[in-house]
Design a protein around this ligand. Structure first.
Ligand code: NAP
Length: 452
């Protein structure tokens, strides 16, 4: 038997486990999928926006994999800490595949970023997604009238949409009660989503962009002058040369210029060619706005500041400028790329491929792509591991790793524990007159997992 640990139960971890057990060349592969949290599914549970039910429903197919009898889910197991080092993990298994994602947000590196009221979009997403590490974050939104979201990727679109949505729509999601309450009480009327480059260079996908103009009670606008500064907006030949997704985005934004703003409850404005240079503070020490420098295309795909500035009012600023991988003690790390160096998924130590240690997902290739991108990525890694199977299986293991994990003081939450959390969330939802509602804190999750 070849025993493999997959660390991380998000899409890349689940796809890696699936490939390892469903292939035929190496019989008898058994996989333990370990997660620091007692809940599986990684960013599908804690990153995909709660109002994106269709993408969330992917949990159904991930669940099917984790219920395979050759796979064992073990939640509440932190790897890389003192209790379970990466070295110890490798003693317990023939091979380890790290699928730990990219957990940290990136900073802007501008003055004022530390002011109260400035947050990373990832912290905001974690809070409204009920990530147990974010339970204490608490976003007070009652005094916020305008919010600025910096960045033009899909995460920026998600947080912009959630800020603008009304309480009746959010109530239909599995959003935890504290976040729902705060968003329902929010005084937000204006959300500006601000990109430093042009409309043809937005990183959002077209479906997500379009959705912004379909929100009930929300007026979504663009400034035609800003769009016109993009050569690919003004010139059909330049537009034709764009990748399809960017070309479609430009067309969607062009349609929006015909829209006449009306007096709906809330407004989203997409702004372009504005580079953040300073977060401004009020006398109370809280954020009061963001100073942007207008930019112009530099002809090489980038932009440069033109020396004119604009202040945009905001009592809440979310920076949404991408994720970053976090080093795991005991594993090599490329700080410039925020990833673990690898060759076809085999971890590279000092430039040499390690047989026994592998990576897949964002920690392998960086925080890019959609959920489906993880499938071929995980497949490549699993193929490398399977090629090494002969050498790996020669080593005798000390026994069932679960006994060793318990002996080390860990209290793994097995699959039935997760099912108990799911049941507790359904029952919480019923008691609140909602559908399933997520439990947002560690004590609540662990109590539910053990049936307390
Ligand atoms: P992203 O797609 O990499 O977008 C980051 C944005 O931040 C870009 O617009 C970038 O602008 C901007 N930016 C970076 N540094 C900046 C700075 N110093 N000042 C101003 N702007 C700056 O990252 P993401 O939105 O976090 O998304 C991460 C991944 O998750 C993506 O692959 C995304 O598609 C995926 N995701 C998908 C969905 C979905 O499918 N519904 C939802 C959420 C996330 P430049 O382009 O100018 O660098």
């Amino acid at each position: 038997m070849l025993r493999v640990a997959v660390v991380g139960s998000g899409p890349s971890g689940v796809y890696a486990a699936q490939t390892l057990v469903q292939q035929r060349e190496v019989p008898g592969v058994r996989v333990d999928v370990l997660d620091r949290l007692p809940c599986p599914y990684g960013l599908v549970r804690y990153g995909v926006a709660p109002d994106h039910e269709k993408i969330k429903s992917l949990q159904g197919s991930l669940r099917g994999v984790l219920e395979d009898e050759r796979i064992r889910f073990l939640g509440n197991v932190e790897v890389g800490g003192e209790t379970l080092t990466t070295g110890r993990l490798l003693e317990l298994y023939h091979a380890v595949v790290y699928c730990v994602g990219a957990a940290r947000d990136r900073m802007l590196g501008i003055p004022g970023e530390e002011l109260a009221g400035v947050h990373s979009a990832t912290a905001f997403v974690s809070w409204y997604s009920a990530h147990p590490d974010a339970a204490a974050a608490g976003f007070g939104l009652a005094d916020v009238r305008s919010a600025v979201v910096i960045g033009a990727g899909n995460v920026a679109v998600d947080v912009t949409r959630i800020l603008a949505r009304g309480a009746p729509e959010l109530r239909l999601t599995d959003m935890p009660e504290p976040a729902l309450g705060a968003l329902a009480a929010s005084g937000i009327r204006e959300v500006a989503m601000v990109a430093r480059r042009g409309p043809s260079q937005g990183k959002f996908t077209t479906k997500e962009l379009r959705e912004l103009a379909t929100l009930p009670g929300v007026d979504t606008t663009v400034l035609p002058d800003e769009l016109a500064r993009d050569p690919a907006y003004a010139d059909p030949a330049a537009a034709a040369a764009l990748p399809a997704v960017n070309r479609r985005n430009v067309e969607v934004l062009r349609d929006w210029t015909a829209h006449r703003p009306d007096a709906r409850a809330r407004r989203i404005t997409l702004r372009f060619f504005l580079r953040p240079v300073e977060v401004l503070g009020g006398a109370d020490g809280r954020v009061s706005g963001v100073r942007f420098e207008h930019t112009v295309p530099d002809g090489r795909g980038g932009v440069s500041g033109n020396g004119t500035f604009e202040d945009v009012d905001a009592q809440l600023v979310l920076r949404s400028v991408g994720y970053q991988g976090v080093p795991l003690p005991g594993l090599p790390f490329d700080t410039a790329r925020g990833t673990v160096p690898h060759a076809a998924g085999r971890v590279l130590r000092g430039g040499r491929a390690c047989v026994g240690e592998y990576v897949a997902g964002w920690i392998k290739r960086g925080p890019t792509g959609v959920i489906g991108t993880n499938r071929p990525c995980a497949k490549e890694t699993a193929s490398s591991l399977l090629q090494d199977a002969g050498a790996l299986a020669r080593r005798e293991l000390p026994g069932d790793p679960l006994d060793a994990l318990r002996a080390a003081g860990l209290a793994p939450v097995p699959w039935p524990g997760w099912l108990a959390i799911e049941a507790a969330e359904s029952s919480l939802g019923r008691s609140l007159g909602r559908r399933s509602v997520k439990i947002p804190d560690w004590p609540g999750l662990l109590a539910a997992a053990t049936g307390e």
